[in-house]
Design a protein around this ligand. Structure first.
Ligand SMILES: [Cu+2]
Length: 206
């Protein structure tokens, strides 16, 4: 039972252990700590990114038009193709009103989704959908302001550029002032999304 050579060392170790386990000042400091900043951050919908022609674009650059955004990456096996196909259905369902809406796809994988890869990808679904990219830092900031989370997932032994990216799904609607209005969760029927957007378009200018 007693592995300590003498009582003095044993008492010293105990004091260290107890001291480390119960730092009274640290506990006091933790009292009243606010909730983690991430949880309290409001969804602002702010972004500063680049279109596929290399022009800087922010959420305030579509004054007078609504924006419908989703986040993802072109290598995405299922979620993003489904989302973009549904975006195209939304645009078609809006008919003429689609001119008052800018559909956008923001890549969370700017390393692999170059401007030309992104341009071809979004155009495949609908030429009216714009692609947005940027430096990893700016993409990270944009995702943060939409509370979008993403994370690279690499299988053991895979090449450095062989990975998938887990990411938050859904579509985000911004108003003609560039402010966030609402989110449509993944799986919302596109006809339903189009109907909701049409209601916004009909409502008096905000
Ligand atoms: Cu995806």
């Amino acid at each position: 039972m007693y592995h300590f050579p003498n009582h003095l060392i044993r008492a010293g170790l105990l004091a260290l252990l107890i001291g480390a386990a119960t730092p009274p000042t640290a506990l006091a400091d933790n009292d009243g700590d606010p909730a983690p900043a991430a949880a309290a951050t409001p969804l602002s919908g702010r972004y500063l990114l680049m279109d596929t022609n290399g022009r800087a674009v922010s959420n305030e650059d579509f004054r007078g038009r609504w924006q419908l955004l989703s986040f993802g990456y072109t290598f995405c096996p299922d979620i993003c193709p489904t989302t973009l196909a549904q975006m195209a259905v939304v645009l078609n369902a809006l008919g003429q009103d689609a001119e008052r809406l800018q559909a956008l796809f923001v890549t969370v994988d700017p390393e692999r989704d170059t401007a030309s890869v992104l341009r071809a990808y979004v155009a495949f679904f609908d030429p009216r959908i714009g692609g947005l990219t940027g430096s990893p830092a700016l993409v990270g900031k944009a995702a943060e302001s939409f509370r979008v989370r993403f994370e690279k997932v690499r299988q053991a032994g895979a090449a450095p550029d062989e990975y998938s990216v887990d990411h938050t799904t859904g579509m985000y609607l911004l108003g003609p002032d560039g402010r966030y209005l609402r989110k449509f969760t993944y799986g919302t029927p596109p006809t339903e999304i189009a109907a909701q957007i049409r209601d916004y378009l009909k409502s008096p200018a905000r």
